[in-house]
Design a binder for this molecule. Sequence first.
Ligand code: ZN
Ligand code: FE
Length: 258
Amino acid sequence: MLQQLQIIPIPAFKDNYLWLIHNGEQAVVVDPGDAQAVLDTLSALNLRLEAILITHHHQDHIGGVNKLLATLPNVQVFAPQLEHYDFPHTKLIEPDEVQCTSWLPKAQVIDLPGHTLGHIAYYLELEAEKWLFCGDTLFGAGCGRLFEGSPSQMYHSLQKLAALADDTLVFCTHEYTLHNIQFALTVEPNNQALHQRQLDTLALREKQLPSLPSTIALELATNPFLRCYSAEIQNLTGTKNKTELDVFTKIRELRNHY
Ligand code: ZN
Ligand code: FE
């Protein structure tokens, strides 16, 4: 029976979440790195997979696609135009809008170079909620590593996400939030929202619940990579009177070695 839309995290590997959107009958999965985990969830909930959305080419995000297609050949795959994939897919680039199923609104494609050069996000506006599937670009209190792009590219990608509505739900792909908060506290120890987030996240993780989704509002209040204007961050990282891009570059570097 058709239900209200639901989103559930399918845990995979050490700390990935494969986000599954469903309506009680049909489903769409984002970044299925592990096919078996998706197949098990589909059969447990009696769902039919219709589409796969890919944010970038790393194995933990695409590793299950070929196996899913072998089992479910009618599933449509959507992936970044600027990257290469060995499975059939529809290529997407900003400002494409994609109707991946009949029961979801169109998703807006946002280009987010930085973690990889072709990385994209999917942004959906539903009646009551806004959803962002941002892969490995924005994390809870953190951001992805710069494997391919420059600090400037990543900084501008994050600024695009920071401009989304405050109440946008942010579906990140990794459970890195606690470790990110610990790092964030080293560069902004007097941020009360960050201390509160640490308590809230600890409570969730003790119950083995995901710390995600986050919201844009929460990230603006606690994520150091969106807070390069903060005087405290600048003072503690020796970047006073530098540009926000310089501050971003510095804290990304510090985080790499944390
Ligand atoms: Zn990645
Ligand atoms: Fe990843």
